[in-house]
Each structure stands twice: as C-alpha cells, then as structure tokens.
Design a protein around this ligand. Sequence first.
Ligand code: SF4
Ligand code: SF4
Length: 344
Amino acid sequence: MEKLFITKENLKVLIASLKKDCAEFIAPRYEHLDDIVLGDTKADGRELLNYEGNSVISPRAFLLPQTEELFEIKSAKNSEFIAVEDKKKRIFYGVRPCDIKALKLMEEFFIGGEFEDKPYKEKFRNSVFITLSCIKKCSPESFCFEMGSGPFAKEGFDLQLTPLNRGFLVEIGSKKGSQVIRKHKKLFSKAKPEDEKEVRTLSLNFTKGKKRINYKRLARIMRENKVQESIWDDIGQRCVVCSGCVTLCPTCSCFSIQDRLSGAQGSRFRYCDGCVYAGFTRMAGGSTPFPEHKDHIRRFFEHKLNIDTQRYGVSSCVGCGRCIQTCPGNISIRKFIEQAVDGS
Ligand code: SF4
Ligand code: SF4
C-alpha cells in the first residue's frame, strides 16, 4: 500500500473538515491534572496533533456503553418491541494501536461469531478509526510491543498517522480510509524515502531491549495449571473488587440484561458486567462454582491470557496497562505473566 504524507497545517484542515462530517468526533483531550479523556470534542486542542500517553477510557466505552437501552417494550403481553437504533456516524481520532487491536478482538466477539450483536455492529460499522501510532511508550505500565499490539497498528484501522519531524506519515487501512483520502486529496502528498526511514528509526528506538511475550506458551502454562497457587493467593488478598480493571480494559465484553417495566411497558437495557464480581457466575439457588475471592480475579486473567488465546490464536490482553494503572491493590497482569512464565 502506497504511503502518503500530510503536513501539520494540512492535518488541522483535515480535522476541521472531519468534524463537520460526523455526528461525534471522538478524540483525546487533556483535562484536570493532565488526565487524557476520550470524548466528543469540538475543540482544536494541542493534543489533536500529538499527545503523550493514552486515554483513561478506550473506544470500547462508546461501542459497548456502561448502560444501553436495547429496545422499548410497547406491550410485553403482545410481544411488541421497538429496537433502539444508533446510526450516528462517529469518527474516532487519535486511537492508539493497542486499542485498535482491542477493537479487532471485540469485532470478532460481537460480529464474527455465530451470532451478530446488532447494536454493537451498527455502531462499529458506522465508525471511522484514525490511529495515532506511538513514538514512545505511553506509560510505565504499558507493554504493547510485548503483546504484539504496538507501536504501530497492523490492521483494523481506517487511517494510521505516524508523527514525524516534518509532518505525519499516512497509511490507508480500509475503503473508509481511502474515501477520506479521496475527499481531501489536495491535503496529501507522496511520502518520501526519508519519511519511511524515520519511521524505521522510531520503531527501532521503541522496541530496543523489549521482547515479545510468547502468549501461546503462557496459555499452555495456565491450561496445565502450572501457575503456583501462592501467586493466586497473593492476588486474591490484594484485590478489593473495585472493578477498575474490567471497567477500563478495552477487550472486556461481559454484559448482563435487565428489563425495567412499569406495567406491561418499559425497556430492556444491557449493562457491562465484570468477572471480578463474586455474583458473576452465581446460579439460581445461590450456589457458585467459584466461591473463593482469588478465583474471581483468576477468571479475568484466565479469560485474557488463556481462553481467548485458544479461541482467537492471540491473547486478548493487548498490554495497554490500564488495569495496572488503576488497581488500588497494586496487581499487575504484566508481573503475573513474568511470574507465571518464570515459575513454570
Ligand atoms: S482493579 Fe485491582 S482491586 Fe480493582 S477489581 Fe481489578 S484487580 Fe481487584
Ligand atoms: S488486561 Fe489490562 S493490560 Fe491487558 S488489555 Fe486489559 S486493561 Fe489492558
């Protein structure tokens, strides 16, 4: 695929045009204490041309919101339902490569299987994803390269921008991306060999001294139950079930359903659930197959590092580091991986 180039000035023009071309332009912006918030933004902040770090929440929060009305129940008795549709065009700008890989996994889960999740599909298919690749590590906790999701996205993006000294290298990843380029072709030029050379240097600097994690081996270690029980005991003692990890993780897909009725009318909602809650697998009658506290965080790690690796061939931990940053119990999935591999 031919690589293109855009200057900083032209990127500002492109962003202004894209904002007019969508219902929501979702981009990172600095807020209090320099936290990076992802949200609909009409502002022309400094962060649009580049920002350091990653947003606290990921695009998942827009495609699988915490609470979402699925359909209106006009008459429960006569089975009259009206689906709630969301056909808004959203442009996600400045999405980091780890979150793009997370979206690929979410697409696989919600759209690629036997059943299609219409509300997710509708929002996902109407969205455009513009990646800003990482020229340096976004936080001390992130390990995207080790998990094979950074510093550049390999697929799943519509356009990918890499910040260079004289502007941005542009890669097209889809038909939607090509359409954006076609509509704004005067803003782009062909990339020069020195631009691609600069990208190679950035990549070498980013990856220096880092090693990919063999997540297939890790999955095998977990499957064969070779993780020392003392590691799970320690994690279980430190988890306070705040649910920060499952709320922020870009690949958590668990949800539950609730009908709110007044008489025969009302609505069906879905809301994000979390495997770290004790009641997550509680059955009718009150018994649970996982009674111990350590089992709850264990199923979170098992899902990311073992089950999804078996299901998709890749781990669904993309190494964004959010769960580590937020955990009040100082629990680190990255440290767990090292301990599990070293102790096997
Ligand atoms: S963020 Fe830490 S303390 Fe909170 S639920 Fe997750 S593992 Fe437990
Ligand atoms: S498990 Fe933690 S590091 Fe891995 S993708 Fe989820 S939030 Fe990021």
